[in-house]
Design a binder for this molecule. Structure first.
Ligand code: PGA
Length: 250
């Protein structure tokens, strides 16, 4: 049995007061008995606040990216050891906005994934096709290439501590969600691919859906066999909505 996971990707949103009130509301609505793992991904400057407020709770936190280097002359970048110092358990790698706006290739993503695993962070690997790729019938080959880049560099065992998020690029921030059937089809493709490499890892890995998840569509998506929760952007900025999505995964 895979325990569902619901993660909030805050992207570049927030302020000290907003972060404090959002985290306090999430704390008030959570308990260690919850049947769903709840994770937040605040922007770097607010990770310290997350650590302070969440450290004794069942809510965990992570960062939105990391640099593959251990330290050095990388102005503006943040390393795995810094994230561990701030109590992060997870780190997003390969979010489509990183790939598209900041030029991260499949091999850059694999390098970040490797660094995260070696440091003891749990990577949440994002994969997904654009609308043009879907319309050209390339969805499966795009997803396969994104996952193969990680497998080739890091090996199947590196996925033992990982989570995957399938996020069709055309569904992110657009209000257009993949239908449960469309999402399940890709999730099953990913799981089958991993099962063929390693039975245990393929059956245990959590595969989240992301892209305009809301409190009204979450239950239908999460009801599908291979959808183990969600990576939520916009709707994770309101405690009430985010907790309703969490409840839909229970
Ligand atoms: P969205 O973002 O829920 O706002 O579509 C999801 C994501 O980018 O992870």
């Amino acid at each position: 049995m895979r325990k569902p996971l619901v993660a909030g990707n805050w992207k570049m949103h927030g302020s000290k007061s907003m972060v404090t009130s959002l985290l306090k509301s999430l704390l008030a609505g959570s308990s260690p008995q919850d049947a769903v793992d709840l994770v937040v991904f605040p922007p770097f400057p607010y990770l310290y606040r997350a650590q302070k407020l969440l450290r004794d709770s069942s809510i965990t936190w992570g960062a939105q990216t990391l640099n593959p280097a251990a330290q050095g002359a990388h102005t503006g970048e943040v390393s795995a050891s810094m994230l561990l110092d701030l109590g992060c358990r997870y780190v997003l790698v390969g979010h489509s906005e990183r790939r598209r706006l900041y030029g991260e290739s499949d091999s850059d993503v694999a390098a970040r994934f490797e660094t995260a695993v070696q440091a003891g962070l749990e990577p949440l690997l994002c994969v997904g096709e654009t609308l043009e790729q879907r319309e050209r019938g390339e969805t499966n080959s795009v997803i396969t290439a994104q996952i193969d880049a990680v497998l080739a560099r890091c090996g199947i065992d590196s996925l033992a501590s990982a989570t995957i998020a399938y996020e069709p690029v055309w569904a992110i921030g657009t209000g257009k969600t993949a239908t449960p059937d469309q999402a399940q089809e890709v999730h099953a493709l990913i799981r089958d691919k991993l099962l063929a490499r390693d039975d245990m890892i393929g059956s245990q890995i959590r595969i989240l859906y992301g892209g305009s998840v809301s409190s009204s569509n979450a239950a239908d998506l999460f009801a599908r066999e291979d959808i183990d929760g969600g990576l939520v952007g916009g709707a994770s900025l309101k405690a009430e909505d985010f907790l309703a999505i969490r409840d839909a995964a229970a």
